[in-house]
Design a binder for this molecule. Structure first.
Ligand SMILES: Nc1ncnc2c1ncn2[C@@H]1O[C@H](COP(=O)(O)OP(=O)(O)O)[C@@H](O)[C@H]1O
Ligand SMILES: [Mg+2]
Length: 310
């Protein structure tokens, strides 16, 4: 038993250019369906890498294979040279943290408490110490709270620390998820659609936040549908289509690739033909909705009940 507590990352900062994540030949099958097929992907320290692809391409499934939620049917995933342990909490302890496409927060806990939950893999506080609430426990708790508060400041939620998570607007819930992920002091952060449901200002702020995370020495792998966000942010982008990696390269290479454009037909890029019409329809719907009893968008998919993130 130990009463010692660690508030710093146990994972040493990676040297520049070091391979942080190395996924090789990852295949994930569900019965007859191959959701991910023979995908290689690496992320180096100091990099922000994007993962894009149409809905159902296997992006989230691939993330699940990188976080111990799924054991790939074939292939191998290494984090800083070590093969991933087969349990998600062990993967988190090793240094990979993530956020979820469907937000998972403890809706009835405060914002600060949600971040504290994210710290548990980093505190070595022993069970007896916690039960007996000895001096080690109090010291550890104070340090954890200070770090949690610091992370809230970092993501811009410091003044909401005592609010219940479920009362946060949607965009702030996504920020809180990021703070909670950072609380495990990761070396690699995986973000699954971090700007889904955000307005353009929030999306810009998230872009800045991801840059700031990278500048702290954390490598980032991000799934997102917002192409402007992806191409602004990422050093490298990989495109998944029907479970396979179609193209990988810098933003210009990927944007100029005909196969990528073809893969997205039916999911038009911004400013594609038809956008204007869609915007008009949306405006009309908004107008109609404002006179009706429009349900406010709030914490409907926080973790208490509905969640089905695959
Ligand atoms: N647990 C699962 N069981 C069966 N099929 C799944 C499971 N998870 C995902 N799939 C299927 O795998 C494919 C890829 O899904 P997903 O990884 O969620 O795609 P994306 O995140 O790119 O939209 C889909 O056809 C989906 O229905
Ligand atoms: Mg997904």
């Amino acid at each position: 038993m130990t009463t010692d507590t660690t508030t710093q990352s146990t994972a040493p900062a990676a040297a520049p250019g070091e391979t942080v994540l190395d996924a090789r030949g990852v295949t994930m099958r569900f019965g007859g369906l191959t959701a991910v097929r023979n995908v290689d992907l690496h992320v180096n320290s100091g990099e922000i890498v994007g993962l894009i692809g149409p809905n159902g391409a296997g992006k989230t499934t691939f993330f699940n294979c990188l976080t111990g939620l799924y054991i790939p049917t074939e292939g191998e995933v290494r984090y800083k040279g070590q093969v991933l342990p087969p349990k998600s909490f062990k993967v988190t302890a090793a240094g990979i943290a993530r956020t979820f496409q469907n937000i998972r927060l403890f809706a009835n806990m405060t914002v600060l408490e949600n971040v504290l939950v994210g710290r548990h893999t980093r505190t070595k506080e022993g069970l007896w110490s916690a039960l007996l609430r000895g001096p080690g426990f109090h010291k550890a708790e104070a340090a954890s709270r200070a770090r949690a508060q610091e992370l809230l400041e970092f993501v811009g939620l410091a003044d909401k620390a005592e609010h219940l998570a479920r009362n946060l607007p949607y965009g702030e819930q996504r920020k809180l998820e990021i703070a909670r992920a950072l609380a495990s002091e990761p070396g690699l952060l995986l973000l699954d659609e971090p700007t889904a449901g955000m307005n353009p200002q929030e999306t810009r702020a998230t872009e800045e936040l991801v840059f700031a995370i990278r500048d702290q020495g954390i490598a980032v792998l991000v799934i997102e549908h917002d192409m402007r966000f992806i191409f602004n942010l990422c050093d490298r982008v990989a495109v998944l289509v029907q479970g396979e990696k179609l193209v990988e390269g810098d933003s210009a290479t990927v944007q100029g690739d005909e196969r990528v454009v073809a893969a997205y037909l039916g999911e038009p890029f911004e400013n594609a033909p038809g956008d204007e019409e869609a915007a008009e329809v949306e405006a009309a719907e908004t107008h109609a909705g404002s006179t009706a009893d429009a349900a406010p968008r709030e914490a409907t998919d926080t973790a208490t009940g509905k969640e089905n993130d695959r």
